[in-house]
Design a protein around this ligand. Structure first.
Ligand SMILES: O=C(O)CCC(=O)C(=O)O
Ligand SMILES: [Fe+2]
Length: 282
């Protein structure tokens, strides 16, 4: 499949090189940030299950992913378009709160479209990073120092029926004699579903144990979502190239980045190996 065919699946407004003007960042009050932080440091994740992005922002993204999937193209090609990059710029205040003024985008991108008809599942239980990415304070639940953070944005309403995210909260895992190494170490009653409306945001420290559930064929809506990972630039890059949120990559760089993802995620996504063969970098 050549680049031209892929691009022709995207709406016209997407077929441009430039990311264009920086959109207005979403405002978070001090009170909001204090509440988000308190939960984050206790539970290991942030969860804002209310629409923060407008319908006008998310609808074209959702439709473009639908168009890609209809042509049997991987949803991650959505990152060819400028819009997902602008969406993540909208969360700069939230990101700066956790990662400091100067943060970078890690070259780890993915997008999901779980089809209820075939009962597709999200990613199996994992931690995003195996190394230490959080430097904890002495007191459990008190703010520590964060090196990196994952954000996840649903583009459709997500719930247990269509494969929403699940987490093992840190507040529970902390009580275990040892950190979880395999799914059967998790006490089932400890797991928490994160249902959320389209256009909301959630995120987690990169050592949080989490997974995407399987969709039921009874679900009315596919689960469509985007993820990005960020890191505080005060630390040595966890992966290269560490991208600038203020000067996102140009079209050719975006394509090269996307082509690098398939190989990386073959152990996580059942379709990634097939995509690697067809679209990945040799
Ligand atoms: O969407 C999924 O199923 C997995 C998402 C995830 O693990 C992540 O974004 O870190
Ligand atoms: Fe993850």
């Amino acid at each position: 499949m050549d680049l031209k065919t892929i691009i022709s699946c995207l709406p016209e407004s997407y077929q441009s090189d430039g990311i264009g003007q920086e959109p207005d960042p979403i405002a978070f009050s001090d009170q909001d940030l204090a509440e988000i932080s308190a939960m984050f440091w206790e539970e290991g994740y942030l969860y804002l299950p209310r629409p923060l992005l407008s319908e006008a922002e998310i609808q074209p993204l959702k439709e473009s992913i639908d168009a890609l999937v209809a042509q049997k193209l991987p949803p991650v090609f959505i990152y060819l378009a400028p819009q997902p990059w602008q969406i993540f710029q909208r969360f700069q205040k939230l990101l700066q709160h956790f990662l400091g003024e100067d943060y970078g985008i890690l070259p780890h991108l993915w997008a999901w479209h779980l089809d209820p008809q075939t009962e597709e599942a999200g990613w199996p239980p994992h931690r995003d990073c195996q190394g230490q990415t959080v430097f904890e304070s002495e007191e459990n639940g008190a703010p520590g120092f964060l090196m990196s953070l994952s954000l996840w944005i649903p583009l459709t309403d997500v719930g247990p029926d269509n494969g929403c995210m699940y987490v093992l909260p840190r507040s529970r895992e902390r009580l275990y004699p040892q950190p979880v190494e395999a799914p059967h170490h998790v006490h089932l009653q400890d797991i928490r579903a994160l249902p959320a409306p389209a256009g909301s945001v959630m995120g987690w420290r990169q050592d949080l144990y989490h997974w995407g559930a399987r969709a039921s064929h009874r679900a009315q809506t596919p689960r469509i979502s985007l993820s990005f990972e960020f890191q505080n630039r005060a630390f040595h890059p966890l992966a290269e190239p560490l991208l600038s949120p203020w000067r996102p990559p140009c079209y050719a760089e975006r394509l090269a980045l996307i082509q690098q993802q398939f190989h990386k995620y073959t152990h996580m996504d059942s379709k990634a190996a097939h995509w690697q063969k067809n679209f990945g970098q040799a």
